[in-house]
Design a protein around this ligand. Structure first.
Ligand code: FAD
Length: 431
């Protein structure tokens, strides 16, 4: 029997699995349908420069992702790869929350107490709310929605802070978003080390950040990366995993399936033991994320790289010029889709330009604008949603992907944790 292990999917989950397997001297072959590595976090060329399919932000709490970056790029690489800043939420309407250098959760509590743009009474109520969450271990019922969790909170704070944070991290409207997962994110950021709530902006494109270096790491250890190769089906035969690509079939000792949730069904139709996982992902709904890039003639007039916008239509502005991009390059994010807001990219780009020039007076017309829309950016992280668990799916078959890591919403960290979990299950079972 072949001792080779196949990994299907060259995104962050697939490469987290592949690196873990290669580090444990397994012979790994990664299959990726696209010609660029990274999946939903990948490099895109536009207007003669390199951008990403979507603006991504990492948190200091992304311990698994950061450990993998150290493994594939070497210790000390973080500074070149990521711009680390203390959490600071500044809004175009005057709201401001700055976390001081204190231990968690005091950094958040002090930040809330001295926040600008909300009344003193509302700040005290919010501090009391966070202390209550902290005392309760940031836990609640699995079925509770974020809206229910926040229902007795001051409207001004929900609008300025909680709702934008929930949408940015869960990509799901608060009316249906899982309060449990939202609290897990808050706990990851604010219940342990002060550095966990730091915001990390990639200084390189998202393929360079991890998948490209991970591919080199795997290849250096004898593995193989096959890009532009779509696996059509996974099945088992004679104690082996059989992968079908067009008319070609290939045998492997085991497989880690690390594709997006909507790509699972066609792949595992005839795979034994996959029925339960397939039934769960069939019930998923998906949410889009749209990123608009606008190139202005000179540096944006903001003092730090991130600005919360008024949501009409852009929600967050990242000044790429302050991180590593050319001066004046803005990326504006819009998460989830409100009913009736679907517009052409041209119209949206013009609306976002108007919005930026309204919020940042003095900007001249951009030299180019590009909107990238990911229709299925993430599954909708709704309260009580059953999800498959990263790890063993059936004999010799393992599953990974951002939707399989139960504690977190669809994020890079969920993807890398799931990939490592699947690889560890494989290593344990095939010792
Ligand atoms: C616009 C946008 C913004 C985001 N912002 C953030 C953020 O700020 N912070 C954050 O942490 N997360 C963010 N995310 C979420 C994050 O990008 C995802 O959670 C993560 O990239 C998912 O990784 P994955 O490996 O699980 O899946 P994917 O990236 O979807 O990887 C699956 C891979 O499998 C390949 N594949 C599928 N089928 C086959 C097949 N049959 N054969 C071969 N290959 C196949 C696909 O081509 C793909 O490359 C964002 C996502 C988007 C889209």
């Amino acid at each position: 029997m072949s001792a080779r292990v196949a990994v299907i999917g060259g995104g962050y989950a697939g490469f987290a699995a592949a690196v873990t397997l290669a580090a444990n001297r397994r012979d790994v072959t990664v299959f990726e349908a696209a010609r660029t590595l990274g999946g939903r976090a990948r490099r895109v060329e536009a207007n003669g420069i390199t951008i990403d399919n979507g603006q991504h932000i990492l948190l200091g709490a992304y311990s698994q992702t950061l450990a993998l970056l150290r493994r594939v790029h070497g210790e000390g690489a973080e500074h070149d790869l990521l711009e680390r800043r203390r959490l600071r939420i500044e809004a175009s309407d005057g709201f401001r929350l700055v976390t001081p250098p204190l231990a968690a959760p005091w950094n958040l509590l002090a930040g809330l107490l001295f926040a600008r743009g909300i009344s003193f009474r509302d700040r005290l109520r919010t501090v009391e709310f966070v202390r209550r969450l902290d005392r309760g271990g940031f836990q609640c019922s699995v079925h509770m929605t974020a809206a229910t969790l926040l229902e007795d909170q001051p409207r001004a704070v929900v609008d300025a802070l909680w709702e934008p944070l929930c949408i940015a991290t869960l990509n799901t409207p608060i009316s249906v978003a899982s309060a449990e997962i939202f609290l897990n994110v808050l706990a990851a950021a604010f219940a342990s080390r002060a550095r966990d709530s730091d915001v990390l902006f990639p200084r390189v494109d998202l393929s360079t950040l991890f998948p490209d270096a991970a591919a080199a790491y795997v290849a250096d250890r004898g593995g193989e990366i096959r890009m532009g190769t779509t696996i059509a089906a996974v099945s088992t035969i004679d104690d082996c995993i059989l992968l079908t690509t067009g008319y070609h079939e290939e045998r492997f000792a085991a497989v880690v399936v690390a594709v997006g949730p909507h790509q699972l069904e066609s792949l595992l139709e005839s795979a034994p033991g996959a029925a339960q996982a397939l039934a769960k992902v069939r019930a998923f709904a998906y949410e889009p994320i749209l990123t608009a890039y606008l190139q202005y003639g000179r540096a944006l007039p903001i003092s730090q790289p991130m600005l919360k916008l008024d949501g009409a239509p852009g929600q967050w502005l990242i000044d790429r010029g302050q991180i590593a991009g050319p001066p004046g390059l803005a990326s504006v994010m819009i998460s989830t889709e409100r009913p009736g807001t679907r517009k052409t990219h041209d119209v949206l780009a013009r609306e976002i330009d108007t919005q930026l020039r309204r919020s940042l007076p003095g900007l001249s017309a951009p030299s180019w604008m590009q909107v990238i829309s990911e229709r299925r950016a993430t599954y909708a992280c709704i309260a009580g949603l059953p999800r498959p668990t990263a790890g063993t799916l059936a004999a010799r078959m393992y599953i990974a992907g951002d939707y399989t890591y139960g504690e977190f919403p669809a994020t890079l960290e969920a993807a890398t944790r799931s990939g490592v979990a699947a690889a560890r299950a494989l290593l344990k079972e095939s010792r």
